[in-house]
Design a protein around this ligand. Structure first.
Ligand code: PXL
Length: 282
């Protein structure tokens, strides 16, 4: 069985970061090793959340894994709480990345939405995250994160194709092999991603049917699904496409659910469909 390390927080309520990465990656038949970076009572969109910082555990966990000789097939990072955590994550990349490229690095620079950094980050944070992106095979920023990491003006959620390509061209400079902007409107009826392979210069995009509903945690669902699918042997593009379709299905399910919560989407109800799409169509 393949094994991935994912490094991000536990938000006890909020259906984001590790509480979606674990079930999704496990459902896709991949062992999910976790490095919890903090424990929050809820994600940071709520007021008054608790925050137990676990920074001091990050290096000792890595050191123990190195002593045990564990090997990994990918490293996927999400929300990280501070610049110091970013430095400690770099040590995981150096320790576990393989020279032959068989341990891809996926960086989701989860830190902003609607043009604004999440509560708790200072203005230097995007620069540090941009540096982490230089190690990655695939980076998955949304429009806000792409703009912040490239010192660009936030183009708004209805960014034009021209705006998106301009951001991708700036993201190329960060050094990741593939830069993919997630959560973009491709037309009035399509919502998905737009990316560039920075080695070939080839652009690629895909949109799933758009649902008039947005929620937190969808970027984490997308990145987790991408990681689990990619480790099942699909191409980067096909893995991104399956991630977009699954995320769209989760959003649609939630939109149609009269009992929905307002802080996250119903990713659980759509897991059987995802498993069928990834594991049974191979
Ligand atoms: O979904 C991104 C995310 C992850 N972790 C924490 C968050 C958020 C978004 O708000 O607050 C703690």
């Amino acid at each position: 069985m393949k094994r991935v390390i994912t490094i991000q927080d536990i938000s006890c309520i909020g259906k984001c970061s590790l509480t979606v990465a674990l079930p999704i990656i496990s459902a896709l038949g991949i062992e999910c090793a976790i490095v919890p970076t903090a424990i929050l009572s809820t994600h940071t969109q709520f007021k008054g959340f608790t925050f137990r910082d676990l920074t001091d555990d990050i290096a000792p966990i890595r050191e123990h894994w190195q002593r045990e000789g564990f090997k990994f097939d990918a490293i996927y990072t999400g929300y990280l709480g501070s610049e110091r955590q970013i430095d400690l994550v770099e040590e995981y990349f150096k320790a576990f990345k393989k020279e032959d490229g068989s341990c891809p690095i996926i960086v989701d620079p989860a830190m902003a939405d609607y043009g604004k950094l999440y509560t708790g980050f200072n203005d230097n944070f995007p620069k540090a995250m941009a540096k982490l992106c230089s190690y990655a095979d695939v980076i998955l920023p949304n429009l806000s994160e792409a703009a912040l990491m490239t010192d660009s003006e936030y183009p708004g959620e209805d960014a034009s194709e021209e705006d998106i390509i301009a951001l991708l061209d700036k993201l190329k400079v960060l050094g990741a092999k593939n830069a993919v902007i997630t959560g973009v409107s491709l037309s009035d009826s399509e919502f998905g991603f737009y990316g560039v392979n920075t080695e070939t210069g080839e652009y690629f995009k895909y949109g799933a049917p758009k649902v008039p509903f947005r929620s937190h945690g969808t970027g984490d669902i997308f990145a987790s699904t991408f990681t689990g699918t990619y480790l099942n042997g699909y191409s980067i593009f096909d893995s991104l496409k399956k991630a977009a379709d699954y995320t769209a299905a989760c959003i649609k399910n939630t939109y149609e659910d009269p009992e929905r919560v307002n802080y996250a989407v119903n990713f659980e109800y759509e897991l059987p469909g995802l498993i069928k799409q990834v594991l049974h169509t191979h």
